[in-house]
Design a protein around this ligand. Structure first.
Ligand SMILES: Cc1cc2nc3c(=O)[nH]c(=O)nc-3n(C[C@H](O)[C@H](O)[C@H](O)COP(=O)(O)O)c2cc1C
Ligand code: SF4
Length: 454
């Protein structure tokens, strides 16, 4: 894949270079494992301080500061500390971790080893999505190669530090990506998320021991923070949004794909890099960070106050493409899975599709999520099949409102936010379905066609 001139590649710097392979030789020819060599000569605390100073935020979804997460780990319990690399990549629209694993697995292994050394971890796991069997094979092979060179295993590089990495195939469910569900699954159980408190992974994680769960892309950044130093790292992107991000763009653009960028606007990614909408079409809305995130409508103004007190007033294309920019526009950058909906897309049909997914993926522990997601699937499905009832739009809002914030895990928000935001932004489209049905002479075939034609 050709690299666009507006990209700023750090994590995927070599991945798409001709001749670059997942083999350890390729990685080492490009300076691979030099940072692990450096790390084992450092004090672990110094590495933790550097990661904290870098202001690196998690790339898995919530954007939690990585150094802060590491500082919460219970180091006094006397129990072993585990590190789990979250490679479940289950959020619809997201396909960046797969690129790293398939094309540059040793970068991930080096990032894991540096992070493990910093946190005094002797055993790490890579929990990889079941549907990535090829990626699991690549990682197994890469770990073997790294062990042969003494980068993983006993007495790493003669430092006296030992750490093993185990690749664990996931259980093929969306909820396995939620960190406490993942931990349950890693323990061999059904991936039912745990209640926090008390089960904060940093204190009571895997086997009830302190555990760090970080995303693939987050862990890779440890290599670059050590390489360039925290101060340089913070110069990439805007303050509090340091480093690059790999965005996965799908849907109605001319050049969908993965792009690693920093400091751009949403418009620069979607129009300049991805080529904008297909000929004859226009962009209707964007889901910025994976299917769980609130939708952003084209044509709206996004207004508010910057931290320095000045005003911002953005169109969709002006939104800064980072955690704080997208949050200021009322959504989240989430997992970096950006879905572009053009003017041919019916928003109720898109929602019906999502609700079918979420109702299937609810683990079922919480009544509001289990029952609510199923009802939302039924209501949106009947809506796009010409069977909506006049009260359905209000009913959907009522059901979604009873899920959000009333569940064990954030999956509840993932169900509620699309419903609430799609109706808030496109209420007329939803009401159009319901209004047709209040007319006994309504042409049901025409309603069904609405689902296809918007
Ligand atoms: C329903 C659900 C699914 C998730 N799926 C993933 C996933 O596939 N990959 C991931 O890294 N994080 C996922 N997360 C976020 C994780 O719970 C966790 O916050 C993340 O792995 C932490 O890594 P980070 O701090 O490096 O971002 C998911 C969260 C929820 C609520
Ligand atoms: S919110 Fe949904 S997915 Fe999460 S624990 Fe409750 S039922 Fe399971």
């Amino acid at each position: 894949m050709a690299v666009h001139p507006k990209e700023q590649r750090l994590i995927l710097k070599y991945a798409d270079e001709p001749g670059y392979t997942p083999h350890i030789d390729s990685y080492m020819e490009h300076g691979g494992y030099d940072m692990l060599k450096k790390a084992v000569t450092m004090e672990p605390q110094a590495i933790m301080d550097e990661v904290k100073k870098s202001t690196l935020r998690g790339r898995g979804g919530a954007g939690f500061p990585c150094g802060l997460k590491w500082s919460f780990v219970d180091r006094k319990s006397g129990k072993p500390i585990y590190l789990v690399c979250n490679c479940d990549e289950s959020e619809p629209g997201t396909f960046k971790d797969r690129q790293i694993v398939h094309k540059d697995p040793h970068q991930l292994i080096e990032g894991i080893m540096i992070s493990c050394f910093a946190n005094n971890v002797a055993k790490a796991f890579i929990y990889i999505r079941e549907e990535m069997p090829y990626g699991a094979k690549i990682l197994d092979q890469a770990i073997l190669e790294a062990k042969e060179k003494n980068f993983v295993g006993d007495n790493v590089l003669g430092s006296g530090y030992s750490c093993d990495i185990v690749v664990h195939r996931g259980a093929a469910a969306y909820i396995c990506g939620e960190e406490t569900g993942l931990i349950e699954s890693l323990e061999g159980k059904r991936a039912n998320p745990r209640i926090k408190p008390p089960y904060f992974p940093a204190v009571l994680g895997l086997y009830n021991c302190p555990t760090i769960v970080n995303n693939v892309e987050t862990l890779c950044n440890a290599v670059h923070i050590l390489d360039m130093g925290a101060e340089e790292f913070t110069k990439i992107g805007r303050p509090n949004n340091a480093g690059t991000r790999i965005w996965c763009v799908s849907g109605g653009v001319q050049r969908p794909g993965y792009y690693e960028v920093a400091g751009l606007t949403l418009g620069e990614l979607v129009y300049d890099i991805c080529g904008g909408p297909l000929p004859g079409r226009s962009i209707k809305a964007i889901i910025p960070g994976g299917s769980s995130m609130k939708i952003l409508k084209n044509g709206e103004r996004y207004k508010g106050k910057n931290p320095d007190g000045t005003d911002y007033n953005w169109g969709l294309e002006d939104i800064p493409l980072d955690y704080d920019g997208i949050a200021a526009a009322g959504s989240m950058s989430g997992s970096g899975g950006m879905m572009v909906l053009d003017d041919t897309v019916s928003i109720p049909a898109a929602l019906a599709n999502l609700m079918a997914f979420y109702s299937h993926e609810s683990c079922g522990q919480c009544t509001p999520c289990r029952e609510g997601s199923l009802w939302l699937k039924k209501i949106t499905s009947r809506m796009v099949h010409g069977e909506a009832r006049p009260e359905d739009v209000d009913l959907m809002l009522d059901v979604a409102g009873q899920i959000a914030g009333r569940t064990i895990c954030a999956f509840g928000f993932a169900v509620a936010w699309p419903v609430q935001s799609y109706i808030a932004k496109f209420e007329d489209e939803f009401r159009k379905y319901a209004a047709h049905l209040s007319d006994p002479n309504a042409d049901r075939q025409a309603i069904k066609e609405l689902a296809c034609n918007g």
